[in-house]
Ligand binder design. Structure first.
Ligand code: CO
Length: 211
């Protein structure tokens, strides 16, 4: 067996032992079912492991990750995850989490072709285009990159609030709340961008559905 896989299995063994040592009934409870209160939409980047960076136990966060934490409204995979989380698991919060140093965001800022990925990156380029004036006005490359990461999260929060079944839930009450966070690889800290939403207020008219 490949060494990498061997080390994964060994790591798993150690993890199971450590958990059982601290909480002998943990896996009995885990196998009974899940009732996470949070759906996390993050980047696939290996440096942002959701449970570890949030200090959360298994069973607490439902997760969808893709390149550059995008909410693409024709993405059936993402929409199915969001639908299940909102309609069946009844999550109270949805977190869209970006991260500084995101390779996907950086790729979208360049004029280089990334082959098959160009299609996915076009969504990010659209975000850049929408905020071109602000972004092009930032002369420092790293600061512009950081701001693009933040603005992308803001736009993905906006995209989520255009989802009809989320608006359907909002018509009944202010759940789920959508939040925009950014993870800083240099410090390990999460930052709340302060763009939380729990209603369709502020949405451009044509994105509001009638309920
Ligand atoms: Co990333």
């Amino acid at each position: 067996m490949a060494d990498v896989i061997k080390s994964l299995l060994e790591g798993n063994k150690k993890w199971v032992e450590a958990i059982k040592g601290g909480s002998p009934g943990f896996f009995d409870e885990l196998s009974k079912g899940q009732s996470p209160e949070v759906l996390w939409i993050g980047c696939s980047d290996s440096r942002v492991p959701v449970n570890q960076v949030t200090g959360s136990d298994p069973g607490t966060i439902f997760v969808q990750r893709n390149i550059a934490n995008m909410v693409v409204l024709t993405d059936n995979n993402l929409l199915s995850v969001v639908y299940y989380a909102v309609k069946h698991l009844k999550v109270k919060h949805i977190v869209v989490c970006g991260h500084y140093g995101c390779g996907g965001v950086q790729a979208a800022m360049s004029n280089q072709s990334f082959g098959f990925l160009d299609s996915w990156l076009s969504g990010l380029k659209g975000v850049y285009a929408k905020h071109e004036r602000e972004l092009d006005g930032i002369s420092d490359d790293l600061s512009r990159f950081d701001r693009f990461v933040e603005l992308n999260v803001v736009e993905q929060v906006e995209n989520l609030s255009r989802v009809f079944f989320i608006q359907e839930e909002w018509a009944k009450g202010e759940v789920p709340q959508i939040h925009g966070l950014v993870f800083d690889l240099k410090t390990g800290q999460l930052k709340d961008l302060g763009v939380s939403r729990s209603s369709g207020q502020g949405l451009t008219g044509i994105f509001k559905f009638n309920w």
